[in-house]
Design a protein around this ligand. Structure first.
Ligand SMILES: [Fe+2]
Ligand SMILES: [Fe+2]
Length: 302
């Protein structure tokens, strides 16, 4: 499965400094999402100060808007306002977003939008496909492209080489990554998360989201995240989501394109997918609109 560069890749990944509480908190997020009886206090206990600060910032922004006085100061109150679902977007992206903070080349807003859309759509597809765990697929979908940030931030020479290959040989970013590393950003992101002891049920789907046929374990997870990714590249979270009929009309092809690759849904499953996707994306958009700055046109993501 892996090429000759694996040791070199693992060596570099091993040196990446992480928020000390992050590996533990991913497990906690999984528990909380899977167990509605878990409380905000449990989650708050496992957060480190920078994470608490970010959750407070987001809660205040989402609740009061960017120009208003901020007065939510308790983490439990902040979690109650943000809600577990939105909280998971923030927590699961935090260490990676920190890696590109203040960077002008990597399009942070677009990355977050694409990741959230893929997470939500993957979860929605998962609920239509028997035998897959929607929460694990959701978390995998949210983090599916973190390898792209890792390459950009920690493999700068290879990043430049990849960009040169794309220009010179007119090949896709994915092919260029495979030429340089023997593997793509899915594998690199998953290897990093595995080093941090994130469960294989999550990393397996991430590792093979561009080639699910290569997955030995959790192939269905990889297939679904691949479908979610295909749809997420088409569905723009900046749409206004005012009419379900418009949404369906505009995007009804996307699931067929994704289905041609992996899983086939019946017409009623397809309709259910669109209904759920519409409701969930509308909800996520409403929340993150205040938190994310509008910037740049939709660029090609991975
Ligand atoms: Fe990708
Ligand atoms: Fe992607």
């Amino acid at each position: 499965m892996m090429g000759m560069d694996t040791e070199y890749i693992l060596g570099k990944l091993g040196k990446i400094e992480v928020l000390p509480t992050f590996p533990g908190i991913v497990g906690e997020v999984i528990n909380v999402i899977e167990d509605p009886m878990s409380s905000a206090a449990d989650l708050a206990k496992s957060m480190d100060p920078s994470m608490v600060g970010e959750v407070l910032r987001v809660a205040n922004t989402a609740y009061f808007g960017t120009r208003n006085f901020r007065n939510i100061t308790s983490i439990e109150h902040a979690i109650a306002i943000v809600g577990f679902q939105h909280l998971s977007h923030i927590i699961l992206h935090m260490p990676f977003i920190t890696m590109i903070k203040g960077d002008s080349v990597f399009n942070r807003e677009e990355f977050i939008r694409h990741s959230i859309t893929c997470g939500v759509l993957s979860k929605t597809i998962s609920t239509c496909v028997r035998g897959t765990n929607a929460n694990e697929v959701y978390i995998g979908g949210l983090m599916h492209d973190i390898g792209a940030i890792v390459i950009y931030r920690y493999f700068r020479e290879e990043w430049e080489h990849i960009n040169a290959l794309i220009m010179e040989q007119n090949i896709s970013r994915l092919d260029a990554e495979r030429e340089v590393f023997s593997v793509d950003h899915g594998v690199i992101g998953a290897l990093l998360l595995q080093m941090w002891n994130i469960p294989k049920s999550v990393t397996g789907g991430i590792m093979f989201h561009h080639n699910p046929e290569a997955a030995e374990e959790y192939r269905e997870h990889a297939m679904i995240i691949s479908m979610g990714n295909t749809c997420a590249k088409k569905i723009d979270l900046r749409d206004n989501f005012s009419s379900f009929d418009e949404f369906l009309y505009k995007y009804r092809d996307c699931i067929q394109i994704a289905e041609d690759q992996w899983v086939s849904l019946t017409p009623s499953e397809e309709l259910r997918f669109f209904e759920q996707a519409f409701a969930q994306l509308k909800n996520v958009k409403g929340f993150f609109e205040e938190v994310l700055e509008e910037k740049d046109d939709k660029s090609s993501c991975c």
